[in-house]
Design a protein around this ligand. Sequence first.
Ligand code: SAM
Length: 351
Amino acid sequence: MPHNALRFPATDPTPIFEHFRGNQGSDLLTAAVAHFDLFASLDRTPCSLDDLAQRLSLAPRPTHVLVTALRAMGLLREIDGRLQLTELAREHLVPGSDFDCGDYLGLAAQSPSVLQMVQLLKTNRPLGSDASDGGAAFIYRDGIASAMEATDTARHFTLALAGRAKNVAPALAEVAGLADATHLLDIGGGTGIYAFALLQKHPPLQATLFDRPEVLRVAQEMSERYGVTNRCQFMDGDMFADPLPVDADTILLSNVLHDWDLPECQALIERCAEALPSGGRLMIHDVFLNDALDGPLPIALYSASLFSFTEGRAYSAAEYRDWLETAGLECYEPIRPTGVHCGLMTAIKPT
Ligand SMILES: C[S@@+](CC[C@H](N)C(=O)[O-])C[C@H]1O[C@@H](n2cnc3c(N)ncnc32)[C@H](O)[C@@H]1O
Protein backbone atom coordinates (compact mmCIF):
# COMPACT_ATOMS: atom_id res chain seq x y z
CA MET A 1 0.00 0.00 0.00
CA PRO A 2 1.41 3.44 -0.87
CA HIS A 3 1.87 5.90 2.02
CA ASN A 4 -1.10 8.20 2.50
CA ALA A 5 0.09 11.84 2.57
CA LEU A 6 -3.45 12.99 3.39
CA ARG A 7 -3.78 11.28 6.78
CA PHE A 8 -3.76 13.77 9.68
CA PRO A 9 -1.94 13.00 12.95
CA ALA A 10 -4.32 12.34 15.84
CA THR A 11 -2.57 14.98 17.98
CA ASP A 12 -1.10 18.39 17.12
CA PRO A 13 2.74 18.32 17.18
CA THR A 14 3.06 22.13 17.40
CA PRO A 15 4.02 22.21 21.13
CA ILE A 16 6.89 19.81 20.44
CA PHE A 17 8.28 22.16 17.78
CA GLU A 18 7.88 25.11 20.19
CA HIS A 19 9.81 23.33 22.98
CA PHE A 20 12.51 22.37 20.49
CA ARG A 21 12.96 25.99 19.41
CA GLY A 22 12.75 27.43 22.94
CA ASN A 23 16.54 27.57 23.40
CA GLN A 24 16.71 30.34 20.79
CA GLY A 25 14.94 32.71 23.19
CA SER A 26 17.32 31.91 26.02
CA ASP A 27 20.39 32.35 23.79
CA LEU A 28 19.21 35.64 22.28
CA LEU A 29 18.20 37.12 25.63
CA THR A 30 21.50 36.16 27.27
CA ALA A 31 23.44 37.54 24.28
CA ALA A 32 21.54 40.84 24.47
CA VAL A 33 22.20 41.21 28.20
CA ALA A 34 25.67 39.77 28.64
CA HIS A 35 27.38 40.40 25.29
CA PHE A 36 25.74 43.40 23.61
CA ASP A 37 24.72 45.47 26.67
CA LEU A 38 21.61 46.20 24.64
CA PHE A 39 19.25 47.17 27.47
CA ALA A 40 21.67 49.67 29.05
CA SER A 41 22.28 51.18 25.63
CA LEU A 42 18.60 51.60 24.73
CA ASP A 43 17.79 52.87 28.24
CA ARG A 44 20.33 55.65 27.74
CA THR A 45 19.22 56.49 24.21
CA PRO A 46 16.28 54.93 22.35
CA CYS A 47 16.99 54.66 18.62
CA SER A 48 15.81 53.20 15.31
CA LEU A 49 16.55 49.63 14.21
CA ASP A 50 19.15 50.91 11.73
CA ASP A 51 20.89 53.00 14.38
CA LEU A 52 20.88 50.07 16.79
CA ALA A 53 22.53 47.89 14.11
CA GLN A 54 25.28 50.51 13.78
CA ARG A 55 25.66 50.85 17.52
CA LEU A 56 26.05 47.09 17.98
CA SER A 57 28.13 46.69 14.77
CA LEU A 58 25.63 44.14 13.46
CA ALA A 59 24.28 43.64 9.94
CA PRO A 60 20.55 44.32 9.34
CA ARG A 61 19.47 40.64 9.36
CA PRO A 62 20.88 39.70 12.80
CA THR A 63 19.64 42.99 14.27
CA HIS A 64 16.20 42.26 12.90
CA VAL A 65 16.13 38.72 14.36
CA LEU A 66 17.37 39.87 17.77
CA VAL A 67 15.01 42.85 18.04
CA THR A 68 11.96 40.92 16.79
CA ALA A 69 12.54 38.27 19.47
CA LEU A 70 13.01 40.87 22.24
CA ARG A 71 9.87 42.70 21.12
CA ALA A 72 7.96 39.41 21.06
CA MET A 73 9.20 38.74 24.63
CA GLY A 74 7.68 42.06 25.73
CA LEU A 75 11.07 43.64 26.49
CA LEU A 76 11.28 46.23 23.72
CA ARG A 77 8.66 48.28 21.91
CA GLU A 78 8.82 50.65 18.98
CA ILE A 79 7.30 54.09 19.32
CA ASP A 80 7.54 56.62 16.47
CA GLY A 81 10.21 54.49 14.79
CA ARG A 82 12.42 54.34 17.90
CA LEU A 83 13.10 51.21 19.96
CA GLN A 84 12.70 51.63 23.69
CA LEU A 85 12.56 49.47 26.78
CA THR A 86 9.26 48.28 28.17
CA GLU A 87 8.57 48.71 31.87
CA LEU A 88 9.52 45.05 32.40
CA ALA A 89 12.94 45.49 30.79
CA ARG A 90 13.58 48.85 32.49
CA GLU A 91 12.96 47.42 35.93
CA HIS A 92 14.82 44.12 35.53
CA LEU A 93 17.39 44.34 32.73
CA VAL A 94 19.05 47.75 33.15
CA PRO A 95 22.33 47.26 35.02
CA GLY A 96 22.23 48.92 38.44
CA SER A 97 18.44 49.15 38.68
CA ASP A 98 16.93 48.03 42.01
CA PHE A 99 15.52 44.79 40.64
CA ASP A 100 18.11 44.06 37.94
CA CYS A 101 18.42 40.34 37.20
CA GLY A 102 21.09 40.69 34.49
CA ASP A 103 23.77 38.98 36.62
CA TYR A 104 21.51 35.98 36.94
CA LEU A 105 21.14 35.74 33.15
CA GLY A 106 24.91 36.22 32.94
CA LEU A 107 25.27 32.74 34.44
CA ALA A 108 24.75 31.47 30.88
CA ALA A 109 27.01 34.07 29.22
CA GLN A 110 29.80 31.61 28.44
CA SER A 111 27.61 28.62 27.55
CA PRO A 112 28.53 27.13 24.14
CA SER A 113 25.14 27.85 22.62
CA VAL A 114 25.19 31.52 23.69
CA LEU A 115 28.75 31.98 22.42
CA GLN A 116 27.73 30.38 19.14
CA MET A 117 24.70 32.68 18.85
CA VAL A 118 26.89 35.75 19.53
CA GLN A 119 29.30 34.59 16.83
CA LEU A 120 26.47 34.04 14.34
CA LEU A 121 24.98 37.47 15.10
CA LYS A 122 28.35 39.15 14.64
CA THR A 123 29.34 37.36 11.44
CA ASN A 124 25.87 37.11 9.83
CA ARG A 125 26.97 33.81 8.27
CA PRO A 126 25.05 30.54 8.75
CA LEU A 127 26.30 27.48 10.57
CA GLY A 128 28.47 25.20 8.44
CA SER A 129 28.98 27.88 5.81
CA ASP A 130 32.68 27.06 5.41
CA ALA A 131 33.39 24.09 3.15
CA SER A 132 35.52 22.64 6.00
CA ASP A 133 32.36 22.63 8.17
CA GLY A 134 30.36 20.65 5.61
CA GLY A 135 28.54 23.57 3.99
CA ALA A 136 25.31 25.33 4.94
CA ALA A 137 22.13 23.28 5.35
CA PHE A 138 19.12 23.76 3.05
CA ILE A 139 20.59 26.48 0.82
CA TYR A 140 22.51 26.46 -2.44
CA ARG A 141 23.63 29.44 -4.45
CA ASP A 142 26.69 30.40 -6.40
CA GLY A 143 29.50 31.35 -4.04
CA ILE A 144 28.59 29.40 -0.88
CA ALA A 145 29.51 25.93 0.34
CA SER A 146 26.29 23.92 0.51
CA ALA A 147 25.55 20.70 2.38
CA MET A 148 22.87 20.00 -0.24
CA GLU A 149 25.52 19.09 -2.84
CA ALA A 150 26.91 15.99 -1.07
CA THR A 151 24.93 12.73 -1.02
CA ASP A 152 24.99 12.04 2.73
CA THR A 153 24.37 15.56 4.05
CA ALA A 154 21.71 16.30 1.42
CA ARG A 155 19.92 13.12 2.43
CA HIS A 156 20.25 13.87 6.15
CA PHE A 157 18.88 17.43 5.93
CA THR A 158 16.18 16.51 3.40
CA LEU A 159 14.84 13.61 5.46
CA ALA A 160 14.94 15.76 8.61
CA LEU A 161 12.32 18.05 7.09
CA ALA A 162 10.00 15.11 6.49
CA GLY A 163 9.39 15.23 10.26
CA ARG A 164 7.44 18.42 9.75
CA ALA A 165 6.17 17.83 6.20
CA LYS A 166 4.29 14.59 6.94
CA ASN A 167 2.43 16.32 9.79
CA VAL A 168 1.54 19.47 7.86
CA ALA A 169 1.01 18.20 4.29
CA PRO A 170 -2.53 16.87 4.91
CA ALA A 171 -3.63 20.36 5.98
CA LEU A 172 -1.89 22.00 3.02
CA ALA A 173 -3.74 19.67 0.64
CA GLU A 174 -7.02 20.51 2.34
CA VAL A 175 -6.68 24.30 2.18
CA ALA A 176 -4.83 24.69 -1.15
CA GLY A 177 -7.96 24.44 -3.32
CA LEU A 178 -6.24 23.13 -6.45
CA ALA A 179 -9.28 21.48 -8.05
CA ASP A 180 -8.73 23.40 -11.30
CA ALA A 181 -4.90 23.10 -11.41
CA THR A 182 -3.22 20.82 -13.94
CA HIS A 183 0.51 21.12 -13.32
CA LEU A 184 2.27 21.94 -10.03
CA LEU A 185 5.88 23.12 -9.91
CA ASP A 186 7.30 22.53 -6.41
CA ILE A 187 10.48 24.62 -6.21
CA GLY A 188 12.88 23.52 -3.45
CA GLY A 189 10.47 20.67 -2.85
CA GLY A 190 12.83 18.57 -0.67
CA THR A 191 11.29 15.13 -0.08
CA GLY A 192 8.29 16.24 -2.16
CA ILE A 193 5.82 15.26 0.57
CA TYR A 194 3.77 18.47 0.15
CA ALA A 195 3.55 17.88 -3.61
CA PHE A 196 2.63 14.22 -3.05
CA ALA A 197 -0.24 15.23 -0.75
CA LEU A 198 -1.51 17.60 -3.46
CA LEU A 199 -1.18 14.84 -6.09
CA GLN A 200 -3.07 12.36 -3.91
CA LYS A 201 -5.80 14.94 -3.25
CA HIS A 202 -6.18 15.85 -6.94
CA PRO A 203 -5.85 12.79 -9.24
CA PRO A 204 -5.65 14.81 -12.53
CA LEU A 205 -2.69 16.89 -11.24
CA GLN A 206 0.91 16.38 -12.48
CA ALA A 207 3.95 17.72 -10.62
CA THR A 208 7.50 18.81 -11.34
CA LEU A 209 9.87 18.75 -8.39
CA PHE A 210 12.72 21.23 -8.84
CA ASP A 211 15.68 20.93 -6.47
CA ARG A 212 19.34 20.06 -6.25
CA PRO A 213 20.39 16.71 -7.77
CA GLU A 214 21.22 14.96 -4.48
CA VAL A 215 17.94 16.08 -2.94
CA LEU A 216 15.99 14.78 -5.92
CA ARG A 217 17.39 11.28 -5.36
CA VAL A 218 15.57 11.30 -2.01
CA ALA A 219 12.43 12.78 -3.57
CA GLN A 220 12.39 10.08 -6.25
CA GLU A 221 12.57 7.32 -3.62
CA MET A 222 9.84 9.03 -1.63
CA SER A 223 7.60 9.37 -4.70
CA GLU A 224 7.73 5.58 -5.04
CA ARG A 225 6.72 5.17 -1.40
CA TYR A 226 3.76 7.50 -1.94
CA GLY A 227 2.81 5.81 -5.24
CA VAL A 228 2.98 8.98 -7.36
CA THR A 229 6.20 8.51 -9.38
CA ASN A 230 4.33 8.22 -12.69
CA ARG A 231 2.80 11.69 -12.13
CA CYS A 232 6.12 13.38 -11.20
CA GLN A 233 8.97 14.87 -13.15
CA PHE A 234 12.26 15.59 -11.39
CA MET A 235 14.22 18.59 -12.58
CA ASP A 236 17.55 19.52 -11.06
CA GLY A 237 18.87 23.04 -11.23
CA ASP A 238 19.61 26.30 -9.47
CA MET A 239 16.35 28.15 -8.87
CA PHE A 240 18.21 31.49 -8.99
CA ALA A 241 20.06 30.88 -12.25
CA ASP A 242 18.53 28.10 -14.38
CA PRO A 243 15.37 28.48 -16.48
CA LEU A 244 12.24 27.50 -14.54
CA PRO A 245 9.73 25.32 -16.42
CA VAL A 246 6.95 27.42 -17.93
CA ASP A 247 4.28 24.72 -18.27
CA ALA A 248 3.06 24.83 -14.65
CA ASP A 249 -0.11 26.74 -13.73
CA THR A 250 0.73 26.54 -10.02
CA ILE A 251 4.04 27.10 -8.24
CA LEU A 252 4.68 26.10 -4.63
CA LEU A 253 7.43 27.65 -2.51
CA SER A 254 7.13 25.70 0.73
CA ASN A 255 9.54 26.76 3.47
CA VAL A 256 11.92 28.07 0.82
CA LEU A 257 11.81 31.89 1.02
CA HIS A 258 12.55 31.90 4.76
CA ASP A 259 16.01 30.48 3.92
CA TRP A 260 17.03 33.62 2.03
CA ASP A 261 17.79 37.28 2.56
CA LEU A 262 15.69 40.02 0.98
CA PRO A 263 17.36 40.27 -2.48
CA GLU A 264 17.09 36.51 -3.10
CA CYS A 265 13.45 36.44 -1.93
CA GLN A 266 12.54 39.25 -4.29
CA ALA A 267 14.49 37.70 -7.18
CA LEU A 268 12.89 34.27 -6.72
CA ILE A 269 9.37 35.70 -6.54
CA GLU A 270 10.09 37.69 -9.74
CA ARG A 271 11.30 34.50 -11.47
CA CYS A 272 8.18 32.60 -10.40
CA ALA A 273 5.94 35.42 -11.62
CA GLU A 274 7.66 35.35 -15.02
CA ALA A 275 7.35 31.56 -15.32
CA LEU A 276 3.59 31.51 -14.57
CA PRO A 277 0.92 31.89 -17.26
CA SER A 278 -1.80 34.53 -16.83
CA GLY A 279 -4.20 33.27 -14.19
CA GLY A 280 -1.50 31.02 -12.69
CA ARG A 281 -0.97 30.97 -8.94
CA LEU A 282 2.04 31.22 -6.68
CA MET A 283 1.58 29.55 -3.30
CA ILE A 284 3.86 30.59 -0.45
CA HIS A 285 3.70 28.05 2.33
CA ASP A 286 5.67 29.41 5.26
CA VAL A 287 5.50 31.04 8.69
CA PHE A 288 4.41 34.67 8.95
CA LEU A 289 5.48 37.25 11.52
CA ASN A 290 2.82 39.82 12.28
CA ASP A 291 3.04 43.04 10.29
CA ALA A 292 4.31 45.04 13.28
CA LEU A 293 7.28 42.61 13.44
CA ASP A 294 6.83 42.08 17.19
CA GLY A 295 5.59 38.48 17.30
CA PRO A 296 4.18 35.91 17.62
CA LEU A 297 6.94 34.67 19.95
CA PRO A 298 7.12 31.08 18.55
CA ILE A 299 7.71 32.47 15.06
CA ALA A 300 10.23 35.04 16.33
CA LEU A 301 12.17 32.16 17.92
CA TYR A 302 11.89 30.03 14.78
CA SER A 303 13.24 33.07 12.92
CA ALA A 304 16.38 32.85 15.07
CA SER A 305 16.72 29.20 14.12
CA LEU A 306 16.33 30.03 10.41
CA PHE A 307 18.88 32.81 10.86
CA SER A 308 21.35 30.35 12.41
CA PHE A 309 21.08 27.67 9.73
CA THR A 310 20.46 29.70 6.58
CA GLU A 311 20.74 33.15 5.03
CA GLY A 312 17.10 33.93 5.85
CA ARG A 313 14.69 34.67 8.66
CA ALA A 314 10.93 34.71 9.15
CA TYR A 315 9.08 37.46 7.24
CA SER A 316 5.77 39.19 7.81
CA ALA A 317 2.75 38.83 5.56
CA ALA A 318 3.21 42.52 4.66
CA GLU A 319 6.79 41.88 3.48
CA TYR A 320 5.63 38.98 1.29
CA ARG A 321 2.69 40.97 -0.08
CA ASP A 322 5.01 43.82 -1.01
CA TRP A 323 7.33 41.50 -3.00
CA LEU A 324 4.39 39.72 -4.67
CA GLU A 325 2.77 42.98 -5.73
CA THR A 326 6.09 44.35 -6.98
CA ALA A 327 6.34 41.21 -9.14
CA GLY A 328 2.89 41.97 -10.62
CA LEU A 329 0.97 39.31 -8.67
CA GLU A 330 -2.27 39.89 -6.78
CA CYS A 331 -3.06 38.57 -3.29
CA TYR A 332 -6.78 38.47 -2.68
CA GLU A 333 -7.27 35.83 0.00
CA PRO A 334 -6.42 35.69 3.70
CA ILE A 335 -3.57 33.40 4.77
CA ARG A 336 -4.90 29.91 5.45
CA PRO A 337 -3.26 28.19 8.45
CA THR A 338 -1.90 24.68 7.85
CA GLY A 339 0.11 23.43 10.85
CA VAL A 340 3.15 23.93 13.09
CA HIS A 341 2.72 27.71 12.73
CA CYS A 342 2.77 27.53 8.91
CA GLY A 343 0.17 29.06 6.64
CA LEU A 344 -0.56 29.38 2.93
CA MET A 345 -0.53 32.70 1.10
CA THR A 346 -1.69 32.54 -2.53
CA ALA A 347 -1.09 35.14 -5.22
CA ILE A 348 -2.45 35.13 -8.77
CA LYS A 349 -0.90 36.44 -11.99
CA PRO A 350 -3.57 38.71 -13.46
CA THR A 351 -5.00 37.87 -16.88
C1 SAM B 1 14.01 24.29 3.77
S1 SAM B 1 14.01 23.20 2.42
C2 SAM B 1 12.27 23.09 2.05
C3 SAM B 1 11.88 21.72 1.61
C4 SAM B 1 10.36 21.51 1.43
N1 SAM B 1 9.83 22.39 0.44
C5 SAM B 1 9.64 21.66 2.73
O1 SAM B 1 8.76 22.52 2.84
O2 SAM B 1 9.94 20.90 3.65
C6 SAM B 1 14.66 24.16 1.10
C7 SAM B 1 14.87 23.37 -0.18
O3 SAM B 1 15.36 24.27 -1.19
C8 SAM B 1 16.35 23.61 -1.95
N2 SAM B 1 17.25 24.61 -2.54
C9 SAM B 1 18.06 25.46 -1.88
N3 SAM B 1 18.72 26.24 -2.76
C10 SAM B 1 18.33 25.87 -4.00
C11 SAM B 1 18.65 26.33 -5.31
N4 SAM B 1 19.51 27.34 -5.52
N5 SAM B 1 18.03 25.73 -6.34
C12 SAM B 1 17.15 24.70 -6.15
N6 SAM B 1 16.80 24.24 -4.93
C13 SAM B 1 17.37 24.82 -3.87
C14 SAM B 1 17.05 22.76 -0.91
O4 SAM B 1 17.82 21.72 -1.49
C15 SAM B 1 15.90 22.27 -0.05
O5 SAM B 1 15.37 21.04 -0.52
